[in-house]
Ligand binder design. Sequence first.
Ligand code: GAP
Length: 438
Amino acid sequence: MEELVALCKRRGFIFQTNEIYGGLQGLFDYGPLGVELKNNLKQAWWRSMVYERDDIEGLDAAILTNPEVLKQSGHEETFTDPLVDCRSCNSRWRADHLEKSACPSCGSKDLTEPRPFNLMFKTNVGPIDDGTSFAYLRPETAQQTFTNFKNVVDSTSKNLPFGIAQIGKAFRNEVTPRNFIFRVREMEQMELEFFVKPGTDEEWHQFWVKNRLSWWSKQGVSEEKLDLYDVPNKELAHYSKSTIDIMYKFPHGLEELEGVANRTDFDLKAHSNASGENLSIFDDKTNQHITPYVIEPSSGVDRAVMALLVDAYNEEEITSASGKTETRVLLKLDPSISPVKVAVLPLSRNEKLTPLAKSVFDTLRKSNLIGGHVQYDDAQSIGRRYRRQDEIGTPLCVTVDFDSLDDNAVTIRERDTMEQTRVSLETLESDLALKLKS
Ligand code: GAP
């Protein structure tokens, strides 16, 4: 994990927020490569939810939330963690994260009784701060989906079953943020609220668990590191009839990557009753208004990025051309997720090679067939440049050499096998696209 965290900073994946001022605990920024990786992941989720299905619509709602919404949803009352103080060193901890009821900082067992600590962030709205004009930063995207239910139904004429997908920021004032980007205070969620007829909810719950498991495998997460956890009744969130967590073997232990909950009609009923708006849908088969049940697959983008990086990180012993043994670090990311799809590398900086390499670069970075970020790198030896690209997970490098000036061909070098293939410039784009898909 330490090596991965160091790589993330060194190569521009993930930085600590406001590091030059000592940071801010539980917050991270995504650098030039991190933002590409994160966008690729979010696009893959959006594609599979919104574009590849005809029963799901998208939504992008506000972060600031009317307190009434989170009162009615039960978050004001129950969205808490049990907090204890250590009387010896004054540190604060989550009671359910303590080992042997001892303070992790000084080992003392002189702790206060646990008391509920609400995880929602509040902020003032407007110029007068008299304690009444506040809003919450949403703790989940879901509530903004529920309060938009009628808007989406009225504007799209959907019938049951159908879903609303949303990707966006959510905020939680975690007592002990930790394990890099695993538990943070500002995160991004990818949440689907899938509305179904009561009575079909359990079947749809199973469907979404299966669907989400196979989606994670498609993104390159090893199946053997994934597991399911049927959340026992006493651990269920206040709105849930049943929840299956998709667990991942993180370096610090088996932990939740995504929760798939059966939220019943809890939220829609609560908002319907409190707002006076009818949040039901007309079912033309039974000629009745139905308040649907909700199946909710909800995952954190940051946790997903961490799982993908942990899974992709590899170290290999290789023998260099000079006979020396060295360690090759590589991120075996699925090409669809890799921040850089192709790197163009001229063998050396040279007045004849450079213009050809630049024109190859120009074609590839505008190419719809490649459909992603392309880098140009001509600094240092070709071996070092290959290592640099391996380390950031670039699946393919294109090397332009002196023969290219005569034979109009270049070499494609593959990250995982280090295999090299000579291809004509005429077919380069389609050859690369084929390799990126295979
Ligand atoms: N709308 C349901 C909901 O928010 P949750 O289990 O509290 O359910 C869903 O959160 C997902 O959001 C989790 O599976 C996890 O991936 C992510 N998540 C929750 N809290 C997080 C945190 N503090 N830091 C990073 N990710 C978090």
